[in-house]
Design a protein. Structure first.
Length: 261
């Protein structure tokens, strides 16, 4: 695992966007060999999406031959709902870049057969060639996607009940009312994420510090699902200085030293 420590959220987002751009351009994607990119929602990736949009408009990055798979979607919100993740991705990324809509994939929280929707999502990922790079954020309790504490580290795409804490955190998108946040969601599993050839996580702010420390310095456990990345062959966590508040001084020094240019 690499831990990249940047000064603030803005510099962390810039690093991630430039890293993803470099990976995509080096891959030399084509219609026959697309780059498959996993994407998150929420506040964490917004700065990254702004940077990617800018790079796209400057001609430094094309999404023409990229296939995307989003991590999750609320159950019971249709695509027209402003807080659905399909609407989020459209407003914050897809409508601003040159990606064909047919190449974007988001779980359908309104599907008549939710379990079948999850199984088909797994099949679509396999048919696309597997995820080349999965970008993600991290919850304050260390969850990745909607894999709440206690989730199996071999879990697949499935229906998941959201914790009270997650609903309270996400209530900022629902007029501050946790009761308006759907109680369940569809989410890719920890095992699904671990099968990506590379995983890049952004974790910024003091409120993420305890979870970051558990994920980096603690043991691999289903109680902090992001800790699974300790077992991934190519995982990167990008954080800001505030998020390192609970890490040991020696840990911070070590990771800064090995990443020194």
């Amino acid at each position: 695992m690499r831990l990249i420590i940047k000064e603030n959220y803005g510099s962390a987002c810039l690093w991630v966007s430039e890293y993803i751009t470099g990976r995509i351009n080096a891959f030399r994607a084509s219609a026959q060999r697309p780059f498959v990119l996993g994407l998150p929602t929420g506040s964490s990736p917004l700065g990254i999406y702004r940077e990617l949009i800018s790079l796209n408009k400057m001609g430094k990055l094309s999404f023409e031959h990229i296939i995307t798979f989003n991590m999750d979607e609320y159950v019971g919100l249709d695509a027209a709902h402003p807080q659905s993740y399909k609407a989020f991705m459209r407003e914050n990324l897809f409508k601003h870049i040159d990606i064909p809509e047919a190449q974007t994939n988001i779980l359908n929280g309104m599907a008549a057969d939710l379990a079948g929707e999850c199984d088909n999502y797994e099949k679509k990922i396999i048919e696309a060639g597997g995820i080349e790079l999965f970008l993600g954020g991290m919850g304050e309790d260390g969850h990745i996607a909607f894999n709440e504490p206690g989730s199996s580290l071999t879990s697949r795409t499935r229906i998941k009940t959201l914790t009270k804490e997650t609903r309270e955190v996400n209530s900022r998108f629902f007029e501050g009312d946790p009761a308006k946040v759907p109680a369940t969601a569809l989410t890719v599993g920890v095992g699904t994420i671990m099968e990506a050839r590379e995983v890049v996580i952004i974790a910024c702010g003091r409120r993420k510090a305890r979870a970051l420390a558990a994920a980096v310095e603690g043991c691999v456990t289903h109680l902090w699902t992001l800790s699974c990345l300790q077992m991934h062959p190519k995982a990167i966590i990008v954080c800001d200085e505030d998020a390192t508040d609970e890490l040991k001084v020696g840990t911070v020094r070590y990771f800064k030293d090995i990443e020194r240019e």
